[in-house]
Design a protein around this ligand. Structure first.
Ligand SMILES: Nc1ncnc2c1ncn2[C@@H]1O[C@H](COP(=O)(O)OP(=O)(O)OP(=O)(O)O)[C@@H](O)[C@H]1O
Length: 882
């Protein structure tokens, strides 16, 4: 029996030994990596159901040992290796078990050996089951290991992301700190701005102070100048007094007095010198005052300028700093934005990753569940890892919140920086305005300062000049005593010379007197002869002139119309008619570059007045009273001033009014010896004869007077007896109103008729008898050529009539000049009416009116040619109509 048991043990021993050796020969890792060898269906079933609680406990203990060493990978792998050595391979055992089962089937009977054998077999069975369990645990262990590795990797990644976030946070904090520092910089800028404003107000105060100082200085200077002025005035008066004294001394004859005065003067001179030195000193002070004040002002000005420049520089620097800060803030903003974007991306990525991880959770859960079933330690581990996960997710959410807070902070800081930028811009604007104001104010102050300095300099220069003048005067005064001394010696020598000279002079005068008296007697005799001759000559000339006037009895006067304002606007306004101031009877007309001189009895220059013209006519008016027929008429083109010369204006009357005034004054003078009756009629020759003094302007005719005097008269003509000059003024005004005038191209109020003012003077010599004379004052119509007046229709007829009557006048004058026996007076109503005054024995004066303008040169020449013809007419000796 023993042999049988020992054989069995030996067999077991050899079998186990063989398995051990094989296990020792195989590599350790291979056992872990090797897939478990296939087991029979039976063992597989037992695996699930047939293992004992004792064995399970043993296996769990092994697992718990291995899981406790999870924290350290190396220890874990070592343990695994040990485990691999502890558990032998089970394949031969399985074969043995299959043999045992077959033997069970055969049932050899219940013997002790068999009982031992069955115990052994059951032990072996349990042992193989244990091995299988171990293999499964190994598998789980490997899986757990993998999960652990994955988890560790996740943890690593999370840690890295956490570290990254920490870094980001730090950088954000840094950025925020930077932003805060920038904001601090802005705050400092604002503070500096406030500082600048304070400085500006300080500067203003200083400027105000300076201004008040300047004004004070000006006032001081002014008062000083006034004081100096007073002193100078006093000095001047003193100098004047001395000068007067000196003059008196110069003219005085007493030598001894003058000597005393000289001494006095020299003493006064000394005092003046002293005062002069004092004033000079003061003057120097005065000249230094403005210069000092000006230098002070210039210095202050320079200081102010430099301060302004400094302020400007600091402002510029601050502006640059501001722009730099702005740039930096822009950059940091941009960086922050970028950072934020990156972080958002990162958060998104992490969230995605987390989501992914969360998506993977079921696998882990499944595994954990399976492990839960099999291993509570693993479950603990999983719970821990979940807690960790939750913690991490909490941290993540915290970080997200933190991120959001940071974003809010960034947004707020953005808004704040925006506000700050606005504020900075407004401050900048304010600074600019203030700077401009400051510059303006400084400019104004500088200008005022310069003006004040200039004024002060001018004032001081003037005073300096005055004082210099005074100084020169003083110098001259100081130089006077030696000259006085010289003069004194000269005077003494002259006195002695004069004393000697008076004797010589008396003799010489006597001799000269004798000679002069002889010469004077000679001269007086010669002069007497000459005087006599001269008187004879003058008498002869007067006689001859009277004879000439008596013979000729027609005077031609020429009046040149001045260029009026209304003529200046037209073309051809250059003056072509010139009078000679040395020759009152000649006149020159320039026509087409050629000058022509006309000789007449009298030529009035253009600016001769009405009175001057009348003075030439006056003798004729008087001769009318003396008993001569007189005719005065004005001839000339339209607008040349005929009516102006004859009638004149209200303020400046012409020949008519003046002649009548003169007539009445002459009559007044002669009233003791003569009685006069003056009658007036006014006729207008306009196609027909018209009475200007009748109300309806009657048409009349000229006829021979039936009284047998041979004189012409107009029947029905209104003749008014005039008593006074005032009366005649009214009559003349009425005649003027009734006269026909029309506008022509050449005169706006052209008289289109010949106007005759016939004054009849009947004088009665209270002793001898009476005489009747006529004074005809005629204002002829315009003598211009028809085409030139621009007349048409009625005006043409009128012009033709005018021309005809003027032609008749020309013919009469021609006949008179040629001394024809027949004078054609009856050819026109004008000549017919003027027959009495134009004929032989009458006195006539013709005033030729000419325009001096170039555009009238043709008419001027015509008028002057006519005047020259008239000039050559001799009416023969005038005869009194008694
Ligand atoms: N010597 C002068 N000084 C100032 N004004 C003058 C002078 N002569 C003429 N006039 C002015 O010239 C203008 C024309 O003169 P006026 O009417 O006397 O000419 P007239 O020769 O009589 O013309 P008409 O023949 O057409 O009647 C007037 O306004 C007048 O006042």
């Amino acid at each position: 029996m023993y042999a049988f048991y020992s054989l069995l043990i030996y067999i077991f021993y050899t079998v186990f030994k063989k398995e051990e050796e094989e296990a020792l020969e195989a590599p350790c890792g291979a056992s872990t990596d090797q897939e478990p060898r296939p087991v029979s269906m039976e063992t597989g079933r037992r695996e699930n159901n047939g293992h004992t609680p004792k064995m399970r406990k043993k296996a769990c203990a092994r697992f718990s040992d291995s899981s406790s060493s999870d924290s350290d990978d190396t220890s874990l792998s070592d343990e695994d290796e040990q485990d691999g050595f502890d558990i032998p391979a089970c394949t031969p055992l399985a074969a043995f078990l299959s043999f045992k089962q077959e033997s069970d089937k055969t049932q050899l009977g219940e013997s002790p050996l068999m009982a031992v054998m069955s115990h052994l077999l059951s032990f072996l069975e349990q042992y193989s089951h244990f091995q299988q369990l171990q293999q499964q645990a190994e598998k789980y262990r490997v899986q757990l290991k993998r999960h652990r590795v994955q988890h560790r990797q996740q943890m690593k990644a999370l840690r890295a992301s956490y570290r990254q976030r920490l870094k980001d946070k730090k950088s954000i904090i840094c950025n925020l700190e930077e932003a805060v520092s920038q904001q601090l910089g802005v705050h400092s800028l604002v503070e500096s701005l406030y500082g600048l404003q304070g400085e500006r107000s300080k500067l203003r105060g200083e400027l105000r102070l300076l201004r008040s100082q300047l004004e004070q200085k000006d006032r001081d200077r002014h008062s000083r100048i006034l004081a100096f002025q007073q002193q100078i005035d006093e000095l001047k008066s003193g100098i004047e007094e001395r000068e007067e004294e000196l003059c008196r001394l110069k003219t005085a004859t007493g030598a001894t007095d003058s000597e005393k005065r000289v001494l006095c003067l020299s003493a006064e001179n000394e005092t003046l010198k002293q005062s002069l030195t004092v004033t000079q000193g003061l003057l120097q002070q005065l000249s230094t005052i403005p210069s000092q004040s000006s230098t002070m002002l210039i210095k202050e000005n320079e200081n102010l300028r430099s301060r302004v420049q400094q302020l400007e520089v600091s402002l510029q620097q601050r502006a640059e700093r501001l722009s730099q800060l702005e740039q930096q803030s822009e950059q940091s903003e941009w960086r922050r934005g970028e950072e934020l974007r990156r972080r958002e991306d990162r958060v998104r990525e992490l969230q995605l990753e987390l989501d992914r991880e969360r998506g993977k959770e079921p696998v882990v859960k499944y595994i954990t569940q399976t492990v839960e079933v099999e291993s509570p330690a693993t479950m603990k581990q999983l719970a821990k890892s979940r807690q960790r996960n939750e913690l991490l997710s909490e941290k993540l959410s915290n970080q997200n919140e933190r991120c959001k807070q940071l974003e809010d902070q960034i947004r707020k800081s953005d808004e704040y920086s925006c506000n700050l930028q606005h504020k900075i811009a407004s401050y900048e604007r304010e600074i600019g305005q203030l700077r401009e104001e400051l510059l303006k104010e400084i400019g104004h102050l500088e200008e005022r300062k310069e003006e004040a300095v200039r004024a002060a300099a001018n004032c001081s220069a003037e005073h300096f000049q005055d004082l210099q003048h005074q100084f020169f005067l003083q110098k001259r005064l100081t130089a006077l005593p030696p000259t006085l001394r010289c003069m004194k010696t000269d005077y003494a020598s002259l006195r002695s010379q004069v004393r000697n000279f008076s004797e010589f002079y008396g003799a010489a005068i006597k001799e000269a007197k004798k000679q002069v008296s002889a010469a004077i007697s000679e001269m007086s005799e010669a002069n007497k002869d000459l005087l006599e001759k001269y008187r004879k000559e003058v008498a002869l000339r007067r006689k001859l002139h009277e004879q000439l006037v008596e013979l000729k009895n027609i005077r031609v006067l020429c009046r040149v119309k001045p260029v009026l304002k209304e003529d200046q606007h037209e073309d051809g306004q250059s003056v072509v008619v010139t009078t000679d101031p040395d020759n009152e009877s000649s006149l020159n007309v320039l026509n087409k570059g050629k000058g022509r001189t006309f000789e007449l009895d009298k030529v009035f220059h253009p600016h001769a007045g009405q009175e001057e013209v009348f003075q030439e006519i006056e003798p004729l008016v008087i001769s009318c009273i003396d008993g001569y027929h007189v005719c005065i008429f004005a001839y000339g083109q339209t607008g040349s001033g005929k009516t102006y010369t004859m009638e004149g204006s209200v303020e400046n009357p012409g020949i008519n009014q003046r002649a009548l005034k003169h007539l009445f004054s002459e009559i007044e003078e002669r009233k003791d010896m003569w009685s006069y009756t003056v009658t007036v009629s006014s006729v207008e020759i306009y196609n027909e004869v018209l009475d200007l003094l009748s109300k309806d302007g009657e048409k009349l005719d000229i006829k021979m007077n039936p009284d047998g005097t041979g004189q012409l008269h107009v029947p029905g003509l209104r003749v008014i007896e005039v008593k006074s000059f005032q009366h005649i003024k009214k009559i003349l005004a009425m005649a003027r109103r009734n006269r026909i005038t029309f506008g022509t191209q050449m005169n706006e109020h052209s008289s289109r008729s010949h106007a005759l003012l016939c004054i009849t003077v009947q004088g009665t010599d209270l002793a001898t008898g009476s005489k009747t004379t006529k004074l005809n004052l005629v204002d002829l119509a315009g003598s211009e050529r028809v085409w030139k007046s621009g007349a048409e229709g009625e005006r043409l007829k009128e012009a033709q009539n005018i021309n005809r009557s003027l032609l008749a006048l020309g013919d009469v004058i021609q006949a008179l000049r040629a001394r024809q026996t027949h004078i054609p007076f009856r050819n026109s109503r004008l000549t017919y009416l003027l027959q009495d005054s134009l004929g032989k024995g009458s006195k006539t004066a013709m005033v030729v009116q000419v325009s001096s303008l170039e555009r009238n040169v043709g008419e001027t020449l015509c008028s002057l040619k006519f005047a020259q013809r008239v000039c050559k007419v001799e009416l023969g000796p005038a005869a009194r109509k008694i």
